[in-house]
Ligand binder design. Structure first.
Ligand SMILES: *[C@@H]1O[C@H](CO)[C@@H](O)[C@H](O)[C@H]1NC(C)=O
Ligand SMILES: *[C@@H]1O[C@H](CO)[C@@H](O)[C@H](O)[C@H]1NC(C)=O
Length: 300
């Protein structure tokens, strides 16, 4: 018995032809900017001989979740969420390989059913980053870049995946890249919406659950282009191997934000700005929201 309903169509048309897709613009990939001296280069990078050309996309998916049991398998307009994420990832042109990394046999069976490659990872993985790292070790081929594609963003645009990969390839002094979009004013004080500030070259300065920058008036400045952090991230694979082993840092613990560990240890993180409406699925209620949005936009 199939664990999840097989989809009737998994052709690339189901997303590729959507009129929306074309309107997503990836800015901020200013090739050549700030590559220059690779200041602060770490010895382990070994002199940047490689262009980070070999890229794997990993979708970490666990069954157990405090807020939403079995979340990756939830049906969104008749297709499991994990399949939707995988189909979008397959449309990214920079990925040589896309795999699902899971600790759960039901998820694995479902994914193999729609044609995905699956890597089994241990139940003890504390977070998606650790799961990506374990999967990377288990993959037969070697990769220079790993993209961590969160399975709970089923409407992720392939262009955004490609954007973070290209950003990391164009910035040898960074070990990490990620994406931000415009923050909606009503989300300014929501601690679940993580804000980000970047320097003139598009490198992350800081991430916070609080509003940054903070206007002197104490109010949200309607003119200021605040940035919202999106979950997608890519890593230099050598960095990914040491990332989970870096000890927790004080700002990371205070904000409960993993990525601060990267900055606090002095590594550089490249950030691209994209047009994207975040439709993360965290709770069963979010499923209805995303379904009605997809109906409105004629996405199937
Ligand atoms: C704060 O926000 C206001 C608009 O609300 C803006 O005019 C001002 O320049 C901002 N910065 C400071 C320091 O007040
Ligand atoms: C993931 O979990 C491990 C183990 O608890 C922890 O050391 C690490 O800081 C967490 N985050 C990342 C990004 O590795």
């Amino acid at each position: 018995m199939p664990v999840c309903a097989p989809s009737s169509s998994s052709s690339s048309n189901s997303f590729g032809s959507s009129s929306n897709t074309k309107t997503w613009i990836v800015h901020g990939i200013v090739a050549g900017v700030a590559i220059a001296a690779a200041v602060g280069a770490r010895a382990y990078l070994g002199g940047f001989k490689k262009f980070r050309s070999r890229v794997v996309g990993i979708i970490p998916a666990r069954f157990a979740s405090s807020r939403f049991q079995g979340k990756p398998l939830v049906q969104i307009l008749g297709k499991p969420m994990i399949q939707r994420t995988w189909e979008r990832a397959k449309l990214a042109t920079t990925l040589d390989h896309v795999v699902v990394a899971t600790d759960d046999e039901k998820i694995a069976e479902c994914c193999r059913g729609f044609g995905a490659d699956v890597i089994m990872t241990s139940e003890s993985c504390q977070n998606g980053t650790e799961r990506c790292n374990e999967a990377l070790h288990k993959l037969e081929k070697k990769y220079d870049v790993v993209v961590n594609i969160q399975g709970d963003e089923p409407l992720i645009e392939p262009e955004i995946i490609d954007g973070v990969v290209k950003a990391l390839q164009a910035a040898p002094d960074a070990v990490f890249s990620t994406a931000v979009t415009s923050l909606k004013p009503e989300d300014a004080y929501d601690p679940n919406r993580v804000k980000c500030v970047v320097d003139n070259h598009g490198y992350a300065i800081y991430f916070s659950r609080g509003l940054i920058p903070f206007n002197k008036s104490g109010k949200v400045n309607p003119q200021y282009p605040y940035l919202l952090h999106l979950g997608i991230q890519s890593y230099d694979s050598k960095f990914l191997k040491i990332y989970p082993e870096l000890r927790p840092t004080i700002l990371q613990l205070e904000e409960d934000l993993e990525q601060l560990k990267v900055l606090e240890n002095g590594y550089k993180m490249k950030v691209i700005k994209v047009d994207h409406e975040a439709h993360g699925v965290d709770t069963p209620e979010d499923v209805e929201k995303i379904e009605s949005l997809m109906r409105q936009r004629n996405l199937s």
